[in-house]
Write a protein that binds this ligand. Structure first.
Ligand SMILES: [Zn+2]
Length: 246
């Protein structure tokens, strides 16, 4: 291969790799943030379930205090039964006692309902908490793996960038200018020729052009996309096979 073309191919491969690392370095932190957001959302849901359970138990305590108050009232009214002078007052007191007892029954029903809900809720919150911890642990593992990938990408990117710098120095200024111009316009400056066509714009090459490109000994651009063409020779067939017997 012509040394200039070889340098261009190296530069091209470095740029393709750099672009890959750049997109990874953009995507990986986003992926990490999405996982972190899931952890926060799950924890918020768990906290809400715990708060609801807490509210239920507070409500029950409040009902129990009310029952105590009504029971005290009932005792007081019952004590007054022996002290009233008239039938009318007696009937009125009995009526009050009935009212108080109805209030007590209503609250006792509510307390029972709250207890049942609380028991179910406690079991549910406990299993949700276990599930949360398991999922959180695996998400933390994912985040650690992403952090490792980010570091790996940054290291490899720096290596490729250093290699690119060296290649740039090797390249003749006019070729570098042409390379940069095509890169800016097309996103990639080189295109591999394969099966008689440009692999980037898929336009078929004239037979003679393809033959020339395959020689890799001069700079030829695609007539359609203007990318600089190169040819990668397939690995020699049977290279690893045992030599034929004489
Ligand atoms: Zn092309």
């Amino acid at each position: 291969m012509h040394p200039d073309l070889e340098t261009l191919v190296d530069l091209h491969r470095a740029d393709v790799e750099l672009r890959h690392f750049d997109s990874e370095l953009l995507a990986l932190p986003q992926k990490k943030a999405a996982i972190e957001a899931q952890i926060v959302a799950d924890r918020a849901a768990l906290d809400a379930a715990k708060a609801a359970l807490d509210g239920l138990s507070k409500g029950r305590k409040h009902l129990e205090l009310e029952v105590q108050d009504f029971e005290a009232k009932r005792s007081k009214y019952k004590g007054q039964l022996g002290e009233v002078k008239t039938n009318k007052e007696y009937t009125a007191l009995l009526h009050e006692i009935e009212n108080v007892e109805r209030e007590i029954r209503t609250r006792e029903d509510e307390i029972l309902e709250a207890m049942e809900k609380g028991e179910g809720g406690l079991a549910r919150v406990k299993s949700e908490e276990t599930a949360f911890k398991e999922v959180e642990a695996s998400r933390r593992d994912e985040i650690r793996a992403i952090d490792a990938s980010i570091l790996d990408c940054q290291t490899k990117r720096a290596e490729v960038a250093a290699t690119r710098e060296k290649k740039v120095v090797d390249l003749k200024p006019d070729l570098l200018a042409e390379y940069s111009r095509i890169l800016q316009r097309r996103g990639t400056a080189l295109s591999e020729a394969k099966d008689g066509a440009c692999t980037m714009c898929h336009v078929k090459l004239r037979a003679q052009v393809y033959v020339d490109v395959k020689r890799n000994d001069t700079i030829i651009t695609c007539s359609s996309c203007s990318r600089i063409m190169f040819f990668s020779a397939p690995p020699p067939q049977g290279a690893l096979e045992a030599p034929l017997p004489h």
